[in-house]
Structures are given as C-alpha cells and as structure tokens.
Write a protein that binds this ligand. Structure first.
Ligand code: PHE
Length: 356
C-alpha cells in the first residue's frame, strides 16, 4: 500500500496540466482505479485484516483525493500567474493617438462668426431668411420688377414648376437682400441687423461658385445717413483686418438703394500678394446705399418716418483676403489637406476681446 501511495503521489506531483491530473485521478481513485481494485480484495480477507486494511485504504483514497485537489489549485494559480504576466498592461501610459486627426472649422464658418462678433458689438442683431425664396422677395420687393435687366444679370436659378402648379414662382435667392424685406415685415423700424447666409448664382470660375456667402446689413432709424454707413464699414473692416482700413465709396447703382455706392478697401499688391490696410491700391468688397423708398414700403415701413442704409458683402471674398486663400473653388471641394491647412481649431472661437 505504501508503494501504491508513493506511486500516485509522484504521478500527481509530475502532472503539469489538468488533463493529465484527471487521468491520474481515474487510475487511482476512479471506479475502476487501483484503490477500488484493492477494496474488492477486502472480501477475501479475514475480519481482522479487513479492520485494518479497510480504513487504511479509505485514508489512502482521501489522501490521494486531497493531493489531487491541492495540485489542481496549484496548476490553476500558475495558469493565472502566467496570464497576468502575459496580459500585463500599463494603465499609466498615455493614450495612443487615433488614426484620424480632429476636424477643423471651415474658414467660412470662422469668418461668419468673426463678422457676427464685430457687428454684434456695434449693436446689430442677426436675422436669417430662407434660401429658397419667392421671386417677389428676391426681386419685386427690392424694386426689381419683371423684365428689369438686373434679373438677367443675376444668373438666377429658378425652381422648376409644372404647368398646373399655381404657387408663386420660387428661386434660389441670388443675394441676402430679401432678408431686408422679411425683417422689416417682422420687426418694423427702427432696425439694426445683419443677415449672413448662402446665396446662389449660375456662375463658375476662379472667383465665382454657384453657391457662395453674403452678409447683408440693414439700419433704419430717424436720421440714419451715408455718414453712418461709412463709419460702420470702416469700423468693421478695421476690426476685421486688425489694422486701420481706409474705404473708397464709388457712385454706383442698385435698384434697391438710392443713392448707391460700391465700396473698395485700401490695399497693396506688392509681390503678387494682396495686403489690406496699406498701399494705394483698391479692392471692391461690397455694394451699399440708402434704402430705396419702394423697398421700405414693400417691407411695411413708412419712408416719410424712417430712413437708413443697407449693404451686402461677400463673406468668401473677405475670408480669402484675410487668410490669403487664392482660389474660391477650393472652399467647396472638401479636400482634407486644404481643410487642415486653412481650417481653424474648434476652440478658437472668435471674440472681440481675443481679437478676431
Ligand atoms: N444685393 C447686392 C448684391 O448682391 C448687394 C447690396 C446689398 C447692395 C444691399 C446694396 C445694398 O450685389
């Protein structure tokens, strides 16, 4: 019995995995194991022999069972140790950079916010209107009647209508000026608003895209004049470009303003690059004038009581000038390299105190 005991203790100690250990258990204390065979021999023994051999066999069985259990626990611990060593992870390491870089704010969005911040500081509220307009808001109300040459010059996109459709004709707005009318109808006078937004014209080359951005300005009060217009614009351009910018007003014509002026800003052209606020060159950036009485009336405002100015400026244009972007079309191509180069950090929110 001692030999048997030693044999199994050695086998148990030598088992290095649970499957082998199970084999050892079956051959030792399984139903057909060697201890069971010895138990069967008890029947051929004398009662005296049986009294010593029986308990000894039972003790052997228990001893082997607990040796197996201990070995099994040892193997499990070793396996866990090995896993902990192999799958070790330093949670204090800095995080790995993700594959994609974070997105950037598009220069147009950035300039839109810059423009808004500057005018907000001068007491302007922001108004918006629909991009699909009736031709009444886009043209008639702005003193551009049917067959007026200005309609043809605008390269308007018309919404297709079937013959039995009797709703008023719609266009993609060709400028932000219809928001003047909508704002007057909604809030009357006095008024001091800007309307940034998308506009559409069928045109495409290095300086024209079929969709682009404008910001409209409208100020109505009792004695608002061209002098106020000039001050507001010079104040705006100087804040926007971060340097004193002279403006030049050239007499012009728009159906919705009288008198009308196109406004140029001072710039230099040295070395093939445009620099705003220096030199003796000029660059056209907006149209403006005193709001025409017909336009005031269309907006429900009495021209005998109120007067004021309006202007319309290209957002894309002034974005190109400030940030040295040569081609307008690139704005809308979604080229990731371009977006990363010209885009802004999402945290660089334009503010006046930070300097736009
Ligand atoms: N709507 C004009 C344009 O798109 C600009 C403008 C606006 C001119 C307001 C005068 C007054 O060209």
């Amino acid at each position: 019995m001692d030999d048997l005991r030693q044999k199994f203790i050695d086998l148990i100690a030598g088992a290095t995995d649970e499957a082998t250990l199970e084999q050892v258990r079956l051959s030792a204390i399984g139903k057909k194991g060697e201890v069971a065979l010895k138990m069967r021999e008890l029947g051929r023994m004398t009662p005296e022999e049986r009294q010593t051999v029986g308990p000894a066999l039972n003790a052997l069985k228990d001893e082997i069972a607990s040796a197996i259990a201990a070995r099994k626990a040892g193997l499990e611990d070793a396996a866990l140790d090995a896993r902990l060593k192999g799958e070790w992870l330093d949670v204090t390491l800095p995080g790995r950079r993700r594959g994609a870089l974070p997105g950037t704010i598009h220069p147009i969005s950035q300039v839109w916010e810059e423009v808004t911040a500057i005018f907000a500081d001068m007491g302007f509220a922001v108004a918006e209107g629909p991009q699909i307009e009736t031709d009444w808001y886009n043209f008639d109300a702005l003193n551009i009647p049917d067959h007026h040459p200005a309609r043809g010059e605008m390269d308007t996109f018309y919404m297709h209508r079937t013959e039995d459709d009797d709703r008023p004709p719609h266009v993609l707005r060709t400028h932000t000026s219809p928001v003047q009318i909508r704002s007057m109808q909604q809030q009357g006078a006095p008024i001091r608003i800007i309307c940034p937004g998308r506009v559409y014209r069928a045109d495409y080359d290095q300086t024209h895209t079929p969709m682009f951005h404008q910001v409209e300005g409208l100020v109505l009060d009792k004695g608002t004049s061209m002098a106020n217009l000039k001050w507001v614009l010079e104040e705006f351009f100087s804040a926007y470009f971060g340097t004193t910018v002279k403006t030049r007003f050239r007499a012009s014509h728009f159906p919705f303003t009288e008198p009308s002026a196109e406004v140029d800003i001072q710039c230099s052209w040295e070395g093939g690059t445009v620099k705003v606020g220096e030199g003796d060159g000029w660059l056209e950036v907006l149209g403006s004038g005193m709001v025409h009485p017909h336009v005031l009336r269309a907006g429900g405002v009495n021209p005998d009581d109120w007067q004021g100015f309006a202007f319309g400026m290209g957002i894309d244009r002034i974005a190109m000038l400030k940030y040295g972007i040569p081609d307008l079309r690139a704005f809308f191509e979604s080229d990731l390299r371009w977006l990363r180069h010209y885009g802004f950090s999402p945290l660089a929110v334009p503010t006046l105190h930070g300097g736009v």
